[in-house]
Ligand binder design. Sequence first.
Ligand SMILES: Cc1cc2nc3c(=O)[nH]c(=O)nc-3n(C[C@H](O)[C@H](O)[C@H](O)COP(=O)(O)OP(=O)(O)OC[C@H]3O[C@@H](n4cnc5c(N)ncnc54)[C@H](O)[C@@H]3O)c2cc1C
Length: 465
Amino acid sequence: MNAIGERLLQALGTDAVRTEPEDLAVYAFDAYSEDRLPSAAVLPNSVREVTQTVRIATECGEPIVPRGAGTGLCGGAVPTRGGVVVSFARMNRILELDVPNRRARVQPGLINLDLSRATASEGLFYAPDPSSQKISMLGGNVGTNAGGPHCLSYGTTVNHVLGLEFVDSDGEVVHVAQDEAGYDLTGLLVGSEGTLGIVTAIDVRLMRLPEAVRVCVAVFGDVESASEAVSQIIGAGIVPIALEIMDKVITGAVEAAFHAGYPQEAGAVLLVEIAGLQEDMDAGEAALATIARKCGAISWRAAKSQAERDLLWAARKGAAGAVGRIAPNYYIQDCTVPRTKLPQAIHQVAAVARAHGLEVGNVFHAGDGNLHPLIMFDRREKRQVQAVIDAGSEILEACIALGGTISGEHGIGYEKRETLSRIFSADDLATMARVRDAIDPARRFNPDKIFPSGASCGEVRRVPA
Ligand SMILES: Cc1cc2nc3c(=O)[nH]c(=O)nc-3n(C[C@H](O)[C@H](O)[C@H](O)COP(=O)(O)OP(=O)(O)OC[C@H]3O[C@@H](n4cnc5c(N)ncnc54)[C@H](O)[C@@H]3O)c2cc1C
């Protein structure tokens, strides 16, 4: 057994530590395609066990990789240099529920949806809802600053985290809160992908469940006209709770899996949710339907019951899984463009896929201009794998050229770290590296993530004092 495995076992015992390759295999990968076995994995039950782990890893000179549910799509939780993975599967409790102040303190291993389920009886919910919310954990959501369909109106994770407790590189417990004077260190930690510290508790904002909710489906002949409707809706000053588009490929897959009532012959469907006072619902829906029809909607309907609304959302959020019916593997790209450029971006995604002989489906947070082309392939075909990698980066280039950026919500992780230098100058990256070095000077937390590697980025890897 390696030295760090022995030290961790001595300190924390066999229940909390894994050192055997067959046990470590599950911590080697996330939902991206990279994998590497760690030297050890720790399943802490307490903050104290996290601080002990960090101190031992530091003494042994090993990297530390925090891990939630491993649903990240860019290799963020992959221990690319080995070291210790700290998995939060056991620290999954709501520590405090403060109903009058609409806030909760939770452990990082709490599953996103479990928080809304637990607070529903109080008329409250936690707004950021990644499509992975049935399985992804709040610590991971903080790590990636997760978004979701309802973040169009409510904002992403960073807008709902009020404070954090984290363990720093010295193994000390640090508390930060958004309402403190001075720098917003809470905001800095959110989206830092485990590179600044290990989050051990999260104070979140809870929202009041709306009095009324309406979910509508508009059917279009093509994705371009559905995208135009999204642009026009926001341009008219209306911000619904959610504006999601699925193209024909995705609608076919989700319909086969969920039977939610999405028309399979449609070129595209636009899923719209509005919420608020009951008396505002009819007028709100009418305004949206008018714009949709002007942009070419073939039909418009509102779900009639909570069960129907839930099914429409379950199908939308289950889109990636449903694609398993069409292809053995898929790769989800994540990039954004200004909303008005959505039709052009979709056009270019199709052109890139065609040029590589690949099938692509589009399911995306249209209101945010956040594209998720889902490229289908068979991992056993080496040539297809290369084609997918090439197509993925060409799509990113196309989005950058349209004034967009390389990630809307999934983060940079391992996958996109080299691409970061496409949108930031060496000076920008060096400044970011200085921030990281101020907090984790040894760069022990989650190495190889976010920052580009290689000789050309030496100035990022070691910024002169
Ligand atoms: C089918 C599917 C649908 C998805 N839909 C969405 C979506 O709609 N919106 C969206 O934003 N994402 C989506 N994702 C991506 C993914 O679910 C999110 O990035 C999610 O936030 C990851 O959470 P996790 O618990 O799985 O974290 P992991 O993948 O385990 O980790 C993610 C990152 O956070 C870091 N981290 C984890 N825990 C901690 C901690 N305690 N302290 C510090 N850092 C930590 C990790 O080191 C890593 O860098 C989807 C993924 C899948 C597979």
